[in-house]
Ligand binder design. Structure first.
Ligand SMILES: Cc1cc2nc3c(=O)[nH]c(=O)nc-3n(C[C@H](O)[C@H](O)[C@H](O)COP(=O)(O)OP(=O)(O)OC[C@H]3O[C@@H](n4cnc5c(N)ncnc54)[C@H](O)[C@@H]3O)c2cc1C
Length: 374
């Protein structure tokens, strides 16, 4: 028997076999909240269990959706499919909550050397890049306040999502409906039952882990090819620097906000996986900012944040069912691209949970070797 107070608040979690398929979601970050929202949209019951006090990557992320990334200026994986789904998802959420979180922003990326210019030329001739690249700009043409001896180029269809605002709205809405429990999940308390899983006072048919980089410590998925990477960012203000509304990508990126503040990011570190901001990384970000700007500006740091990206060895998300423990699922591996991938990955997993729709082999947990799961 469940305690009275609990059974009133969460009548959908039941030990009896019913027509419902109760879902316990572990981790209330970007992935967990979007998954919960999608289940709710599909008329399904769930309980979202996550800690607001624990570290989370979404709290640190700029939420940028960048169509062209990396040294080789390659089009982001599946960009043409992911962007429309992301945009539709965030706009539906904006409408539901009466907020704005999805912001289109023109992007300028600076060429770092002559090779970059050649590479850009090749990309501009490639039809696959026609919807994401505009053109080459000569030095001084696109962003006069920046040092750009090798010129720059425009990237189309970039955007940024205010992830903390979005996740906070979702958590609050679920909490008001009695669907969110703000607490730390302890894996050792999860036990199989004859028809599902028991966690303390909860019984659920399916448990879906959306723990971000903390999945490193999940004993049910001990070797899931995570390759977490710490990142640090600075929120800044400058009395002398007023930047037009563009995302600037020099060696680091610089994202101006409507209130005049701007964010600089991000560092990348696979060795130190602590969640603590560090002085050397702050210095690295500040130095990169000063080097990118033509004139000397007084830059005041208002917030210095650190977090760990749930990256994977093959740079692809990992979603799907545990190979041998019926009822356990994973939604993880969103890496440094959660803003663009979480909407599509949560949808795929919901389709799989509700209709057994096959998961794209490129992101399916089943692609990992058999020792990935316990
Ligand atoms: C510095 C930095 C910059 C980034 N910039 C961008 C960017 O510009 N664009 C972009 O798309 N992405 C960016 N990212 C990546 C983005 O933040 C992630 O892809 C995204 O947050 C992953 O979502 P998630 O829900 O899987 O993980 P998270 O956002 O980390 O959420 C996981 C949640 O689960 C909770 N949790 C875990 N274990 C437990 C437990 N045992 N009990 C209770 N709760 C638990 C955590 O506390 C957290 O709230 C950045 C990340 C970092 C660190």
């Amino acid at each position: 028997m469940l305690p009275d107070a609990f059974s009133i608040q969460h009548t959908f979690i039941s030990t009896s076999s019913s027509s419902h398929t109760p879902h316990l979601i572990v981790g209330a970050g970007l992935a967990g909240c979007l998954l919960a929202w999608r289940l709710q949209q599909a008329g399904q019951h769930f309980l979202l269990l996550g800690s607001t006090a624990m570290p989370a990557a979404f709290k640190v992320a700029a939420g940028v959706i960048n169509p062209v990334t990396g040294r080789w200026m390659t089009k982001t994986w599946n960009f043409d499919q992911l962007l429309p789904e992301a945009q539709a998802t965030y706009q539906a959420l904006e409408q539901q909550f009466g907020i704005q979180v999805f912001h289109r922003i023109p992007e300028v990326r600076f060429c770092q050397n002559a090779d970059d210019i050649k590479r850009l030329g090749r990309r501009l001739r490639n039809p696959r890049y026609h919807n994401v690249l505009s053109r080459y700009f000569a030095p001084g043409e696109a962003a006069p306040g920046f040092n750009d001896p090798h010129g720059s180029f425009g990237i189309e269809q970039a955007a940024y999502i205010e992830l903390p605002k979005l996740v906070t709205h979702l958590r609050t809405a679920f909490a008001q409906q009695g669907l969110f429990r703000d607490e730390t999940f302890h894996h050792s308390a999860l036990q199989p039952t004859t028809d599902g899983w028991q966690y303390q006072d909860l019984y659920a048919t399916k448990v879906i882990f959306c723990e971000g980089a903390a999945a490193m410590h999940n004993p049910w998925f001990p070797n899931i090819a995570l390759q977490p990477a710490k990142g640090e960012t600075l929120l800044c203000h400058s009395p002398t620097l007023q930047l037009p509304h563009k995302l600037y990508h020099h060696k680091k990126w610089l994202l101006p906000y409507p209130d005049g503040s701007f964010r600089v990011g991000a560092t990348y570190d696979e060795a130190d996986l602590s969640e603590t901001p560090t002085a050397p990384r702050k210095a690295e970000l500040l130095a990169a900012t000063h080097a990118a700007l033509k004139e000397s500006h007084r830059i005041e740091i208002t917030t210095h944040l650190a977090g760990v990206r749930p990256s994977t060895r093959d740079s692809r998300p990992i979603i799907g069912a545990h190979p041998s423990q019926a009822g356990l699922y994973l939604l993880n591996g969103l890496g440094s691209k959660g803003a663009s991938t979480a909407p599509a990955m949560s949808q795929q997993l919901v389709n799989h949970l509700l209709t057994h729709a096959p998961i794209d082999t490129e992101v399916d947990l089943a692609r990992l070797d058999t020792n990935a799961c316990a």
